[in-house]
Design a protein around this ligand. Structure first.
Ligand SMILES: NC(=O)c1ccc[n+]([C@@H]2O[C@H](COP(=O)([O-])OP(=O)(O)OC[C@H]3O[C@@H](n4cnc5c(N)ncnc54)[C@H](OP(=O)(O)O)[C@@H]3O)[C@@H](O)[C@H]2O)c1
Length: 290
């Protein structure tokens, strides 16, 4: 039987790495990374789409260096803003479906209750603005597309908060961590499993559920609470709460980025676990291979 081609970008990234493996039951996965498909190169994207002719594109590649984006806005906008639109235009030509990931950083962070999908956006930094541009470019293309916004992604490979805290915890007696930004940590594996599950329902079912969704674990945390949960109850290192104002970064971060997931749950019929349960699974499970 003919198997659909599934083009995955960012396949060395946190979510993309997991997805490239988890999607293989549903088609022939063509896993691309920066070396094989540069998302800053529109011609390369068009050539890849027309060569592979995928039935499904999962765009997990992105410019995710939030602070560096402040000084590399052109590259961030090319990768996060323009590339998703090119995938969507090409998907429309092929009658293919696009799954794309976006971020809570499209919001301004001034709310104190979870953001629904249709809440007004207001990115506070270049990265957030570039991701919002990508969402808009996809919407403008009119393809079958699902945009999945998520937040605070971590895992046992790549660059992320969990690995940074574990490294620092091994080196220091005290860590200072921001305690006035609220969000939801999400294990890359949990996100990839949920994405594979909606793909597993079949491409026609997926195409019938196009739209913008928030895909996130439940609960809420500060970075301080997340760090404490990572190191556990041991007396050392002490995790000392600090204010955002005491930890200046090039990019401004939203103070609140909890994503309301009711639309995803109503549409697909399942919810992600509480972030603490997902973290326990991540820390207790077998090491992800690098
Ligand atoms: N990380 C988070 O906390 C977070 C939060 C909310 C939403 N998201 C979204 O979730 C999605 C997946 O993020 P992630 O956490 O898996 O990110 P990640 O681990 O940084 O993976 C992104 C991948 O994209 C690749 N990439 C960057 N520039 C590229 C280019 N020009 N051409 C080809 N590939 C390129 C990166 O390669 P290099 O390593 O070589 O740069 C990396 O392998 C993204 O859409 C992101 O915006 C992430």
């Amino acid at each position: 039987m003919h198997r659909a081609a599934i083009l995955v970008t960012g396949a060395q990234g946190q979510i993309g790495f997991e997805l490239a493996r988890l999607l293989s039951p549903y088609g022939d996965v063509i896993a691309t990374d920066r070396a094989t498909l540069d998302l800053a190169d529109p011609d390369a994207i068009v050539a890849a789409m027309r060569g592979v002719k995928p039935a499904l594109i999962v765009n997990a590649g992105a410019y995710t260096a939030v602070d560096r984006a402040e000084t590399e806005p052109a590259l961030a906008h090319a990768v996060n803003g323009r590339a998703p639109g090119i995938f969507a235009e090409e998907a429309k030509r092929l009658d293919a479906t696009l799954i794309h990931f976006s971020t809570d950083y499209v919001f301004d962070g001034t709310r104190t209750a979870p953001y629904p999908e249709d809440a007004p956006t207001g990115p506070q930094n270049v990265y957030g603005a570039s991701k919002l541009e990508g969402e808009r470019a996809i919407a403008a293309a009119g393809a079958h597309a699902l945009v999945l916004r998520t937040s605070w992604v971590y895992g046992l490979r790549g660059r992320n908060f969990l690995l940074t805290i574990r490294r620092l915890a091994a080196e220091r007696d005290e860590l200072t961590v921001v305690a006035d930004q609220f969000g939801v940590p999400n294990w890359s594996h949990t996100l990839a499993e949920a994405t594979a599950r909606i793909v597993g329902a079949g491409l026609p079912a997926l195409a019938a559920r196009c739209g913008l969704y928030h895909l996130s674990c439940t609960g809420k945390a500060t970075w301080h609470e997340f760090a404490q949960a990572i190191v556990g109850p041991a007396p050392r290192p002490r995790i000392i709460p600090i204010a955002t104002a005491d930890y200046p970064t090039p990019a401004r971060r939203p103070a609140y980025g909890v994503l309301g997931t009711a639309r995803f749950e109503a549409t697909f019929g399942f919810a992600l676990p509480d972030w603490r349960d997902a973290l326990a699974n991540c820390l207790g499970g077998p090491a992800e291979t690098t």
